[in-house]
Ligand binder design. Structure first.
Ligand code: ADP
Ligand code: PAZ
Ligand code: K
Length: 242
């Protein structure tokens, strides 16, 4: 049984996988205690720990320390020029976020290409994967919550709003909520045009904020929860971990 991780800037997502099946998945926020003993099998049942991490070395160390009782040091995915049928067009392939790389590998494995791979997390990333499995490039934008917090933290009168999804906002909370959601959806729909002319193109949406953004998207949409963990599993199966 393997423990697979997606360590993002807001939450650590984990998954237990055996014989190509997910046995369990979950998430811990960084500001809470990571109760791995409540969710993982006894030490000895875990044969390896593999993950995608985009956090600081200190937080990676916290992950390794927390998992030490299970006897395996986490092995971290490093984006390369090519892996698992995906070609990485980043000028410096290793500069790409490992979560973005894993999501692209997961999308390719799902047979979703050509598609836009959107991960709505702390940041929102919007990546173009063409029909040949080439990651042509992508965007990094503040995530929904980051936008809301930026407004609340940098203005005198704007609260950390949790307004309604409504066409024409007529109160501050709704105006903030819809401003942030339209900014997300607009970037996604603008980038969709890079794949729109490719047969069967769709938008693959994942990440903690996916459900907030999905209702506004007017493009062919597939929500795949934990796409990053799927990609980590594919990468592990293809021997991508040193
Ligand atoms: N229980 C939750 N805890 C924290 N964020 C959540 C939760 N449920 C949904 N979210 C949303 O998901 C975002 C975090 O998504 P996630 O994909 O975990 O981010 P990351 O990969 O950057 O850690 C938050 O900004 C928030 O909008
Ligand atoms: C853009 C990201 C912060 C997104 O991470 P997340 O929102 O999931 O925490 C992460 O993919 C990252 O640190 N990328 C490295 C820089 C790049 O991808 O160009
Ligand atoms: K930073």
């Amino acid at each position: 049984m393997m423990l697979l991780l997606d360590v993002g800037n807001t939450r650590l997502k984990w998954g237990l996988r055996e014989a190509d099946q997910w046995l369990a998945q979950g998430a811990f926020a960084h500001d809470e205690a990571w109760a791995f003993d409540a969710v993982l099998p006894p030490p000895g049942r875990i044969d390896g720990v593999f993950g995608a991490s985009v956090v600081s070395p200190a937080l990676r160390h916290r992950v390794a320390e927390s998992l030490a009782p299970w006897g395996h040091a986490p092995q971290w995915l490093t984006p390369t020029r090519e892996a698992c049928g995906v070609r990485n067009s980043y000028a410096n392939p290793a500069q790409l976020g490992a979560d973005r790389w894993a999501a692209l590998i997961g999308a390719q494995d799902h047979g979703a290409a050509p598609c836009l791979v959107v991960t709505a997390g702390t940041a929102t990333t919007i990546d173009v994967l063409d029909a040949e499995g080439v990651f042509r490039g992508g965007l990094i934008a503040p995530g929904v919550d980051l936008m809301r917090r930026a407004l609340a933290g940098n203005t005198a009168q704007l609260p950390l709003a949790d307004g309604r999804v409504i066409d024409l906002p007529t109160c501050t909370a709704d105006a903030i909520t819809m401003g942030c959601l339209h900014a997300q959806a607009g970037a996604i729909e603008r980038m969709y045009r890079h794949v729109a002319d490719l047969a069967g193109a769709s938008c693959l949406l994942n990440g903690g904020a996916a459900a907030q953004i999905a209702p506004l998207l007017g493009v062919p949409l597939r929500i795949i929860d934990n796409l990053v963990l799927d990609g980590v599993a594919v990468a592990q199966r293809h021997g991508c971990f040193r």
